[in-house]
Design a protein around this ligand. Structure first.
Ligand code: ZN
Length: 655
């Protein structure tokens, strides 16, 4: 492992102690082998003047909710040293009291809550303290001879700390270990917390950070000599099976989950190791990870549903072995080892699933190394249970925003570069769906980025590109729950006797046949969807046709019939199929102000009159259609199928 310290870069963070603390914290955070997603913590002790000009000793500790990789000055909580030291001398202290007293002792009440390791940081008699959950330290210490290995590698440079629960108990344990000692005189530079992580300390920021790098490197070198390099293998892809697995896991979780398949040669290699089902499910690298990943992953055998069920049964048994009055969390796995396929990670959002993926891939590599270097022996499940059901940890997870209607769902929307299609994609995304938009417009990737979606340039009348886009969606997110089949054109108005055959053919191809082709390819995946729903975008023209629009009206009438047949075919699979019939939506690309004026004049109306020429005299906007379609894909319509919903302000020919 290399030190990332750079003098020029360091200077940009300021020469004061807190500035240096921010810089080296970020250096730790930059290396995923050291900390991942909010893991680890750091501190610096300073003497500063308070509001009244009095000197006060303060320990700036990483605030909760901040990530070392991106931390700023404001990410550190200033806690009075005097209070922290006093707390360390108490015989016992509840978690609630500790959190409360740390807050009381902050010199800035608006700073984030201090890390639960604040007391521990305070009692270490060095200016800078760095703590990580380095993979190599896990691989080294999650072993029956972990302590002996640490002594062999580091000698007397470190204090070895047996595993105890983080928080007050850990601080107290270390206070006892260092009581009456002069760590400087003894040449102590760090602490190895067995099955947890590494601390290094020094009065100099660079020195403390580089000690960390040096000690992790020593562990890496030791393991490289004893362990085997990562296994590698090629994946055999089965997207339908992935969608089935996502469905099984989501049903256990109680909510739709995004599934991310890692099919890297390393992930597939790991999943294919003969005894991985046993050693790969023994436990996490560090207790902290279990909050995101649970204690162990699922192992997926030939029967996907049975494998997920077995995980749930094992989880319930684990809960019952250790629970003392707690309520069981959901029994769904957060990641799964899948022979031949790789590692699958699950989450409420793509962001959550990616965090789990980072941890699970890191876990796989480290577990393999640990097992091959002398046996992987992580924390016993009793200790993991204490962390998983620890109130302070549960509080971190509860903090998130309320769940949105389509959270965890994957939506495929066609023809969404502008107008009604874009409004639909936007409404679905606003309600939490992960949207993939297909359009022939070459700007669709940029357009979908605006709503956090992915856009793919596709000509929907061609077979292979449509199949590729569907496959991409499942590979990326695990399945498809909502399909909005919207793509359509409005050809030139021509009477039947003069209409070009090509206009007719093209309209039928795009407005009807492309939808049928999409259904043909997407339905197998939608059958594995969660609360699955298909929505077509029709037109008022179906029930109220106009002269000169035969191709458009006929295609929309046939599309309506396609919807009705699909509703009949898919009802046994609990898939809802409905159609929305918009009319007179003028805030689209087709309608320039000039075109609007021309059309209004033809009816002898002002533009405003023309825009609201419906029974209710209201203007229909793209967003009205977007919101309606989003509602139709949601729980309000959970028992509605085969319905045709006009969004037209009332039309006497339709009513
Ligand atoms: Zn830790």
């Amino acid at each position: 492992m290399q030190s990332l310290w750079n003098d020029t870069e360091a200077a940009t963070f300021g020469n004061d102690l807190l500035g240096q603390r921010v810089y080296t914290s970020r250096l730790l955070g930059r290396n995923p082998q050291l900390v991942l997603h909010g893991g680890g913590n750091t501190s610096v002790k300073v003497t500063e003047k308070d509001f009244f000009g009095d000197s006060v000793d303060v320990c700036y500790v990483k605030g909760s909710g901040w990530d070392l990789a991106t931390i700023e000055r404001e990410g550190f909580s200033p806690v009075r040293m005097e209070a922290l030291i006093k707390m360390s001398k108490l015989a016992t202290m509840s978690d609630e009291d500790m959190v409360l007293q740390q807050r009381v002792a902050m010199t800035n009440p608006n700073a984030p809550a201090a890390s639960i390791e604040a007391i521990l940081h305070a009692i270490l008699p060095f200016r800078f303290v760095d703590h990580s959950h380095a993979n190599a330290i896990s691989a080294l210490t999650c072993s029956s001879d972990g302590e002996a290995r640490v002594k062999e590698i580091y000698g007397d440079r470190v204090i070895v700390v047996p595993y105890v629960m983080p928080g007050f108990i850990l601080a107290k344990t270390i206070a006892d270990l260092i009581a009456g000692r002069d760590l400087r005189k003894e040449g102590i530079q760090g602490m190895v917390l067995l099955k947890h992580g590494l601390f290094t300390f020094d009065d100099d920021a660079k020195k403390s950070y580089e000690l960390h790098i040096e000690m992790v490197t020593q562990a890496e070198e030791y393991l490289a000599k004893k362990g085997k390099p990562a296994a590698k293998a090629e994946a055999s892809e089965d997207l339908l099976a992935l969608a089935k697995l996502r469905r099984a896991v989501s049903l256990k979780r109680g909510f739709p989950q995004i599934a991310r398949l890692s099919a890297s040669p390393e992930a597939v290699g790991y999943a294919g190791i003969s005894k991985v089902a046993e050693f790969g499910t023994r436990g996490p690298l560090t207790p902290d990870h279990s909050i995101r990943t649970k204690r162990a992953p699922a192992y997926i055998g030939d029967d996907l549903e049975a494998s997920v069920q077995k995980f749930a049964d094992d989880y319930a048994a684990y809960f019952n072995r250790h629970a003392k009055g707690q309520t069981m969390l959901d029994p769904a796995p957060r990641f799964a080892i899948w022979p031949g396929k790789g590692i699958v990670s699950f989450g409420d959002t793509v962001k959550d699933a990616k965090i789990v993926a980072d941890i699970s891939e890191s876990t796989a590599a480290t577990v393999q190394l640990g097992e091959s270097a002398g046996g992987w022996e992580p924390l016993p499940e009793k200790d993991i249970f204490e962390i998983e059901y620890w109130d302070l940890e549960q509080a971190k997870l509860r903090k998130g925003p309320a769940r949105k209607i389509h959270q965890g769902k994957v939506a495929l929307v066609t023809g969404c570069a502008a107008g009604i299609g874009f409004a639909i994609a936007e409404s679905l995304a606003e309600q939490g769906a992960q949207v993939v938009g297909l359009d022939i417009d070459k700007d669709i990737p940029e357009i979908m980025k605006k709503i956090g979606g992915i856009g793919i340039v596709v000509n929907l009348t061609e077979d292979q590109p449509v199949q590729d886009a569907i496959d991409f969606t499942v590979r990326e997110f695990g399945g498809i729950d909502i399909v909005v089949s919207n793509a359509g054109i409005f050809p030139k108005n021509d009477q039947l006797d003069v209409m070009a055959q090509t206009d007719w053919d093209r309209t039928i191809m795009i407005n009807l046949t492309s939808h049928q082709k999409l259904m043909n390819k997407v339905i197998p995946f939608v059958k594995q969807g969660l609360d699955a729903s298909i929505i077509f975008v029709g037109s008022r023209n179906f029930k109220a046709p106009g002269p000169g629009a035969s191709a458009y009206s006929c295609s929309k009438a046939a599309l309506t019939q396609l919807c009705r047949v699909a509703a009949l075919e898919l009802a046994p699979h609990k898939i809802r199929v409905n159609i929305v019939h918009p009319d007179a939506v003028f805030d689209t690309k087709l309608w320039t102000p000039e075109a609007l004026e021309k059309s209004a004049a033809r009816y002898g109306m002002t533009v405003d009159e023309y825009k609201t020429k419906n029974l209710m005299k209201v203007e229909i906007k793209s967003k009205d259609i977007g919101n309606m379609v989003s509602a139709m894909a949601g729980p309000l319509f959970s028992k509605v199928t085969g319905a045709q919903i006009p969004v037209d302000g009332g039309n006497d020919r339709v009513i």
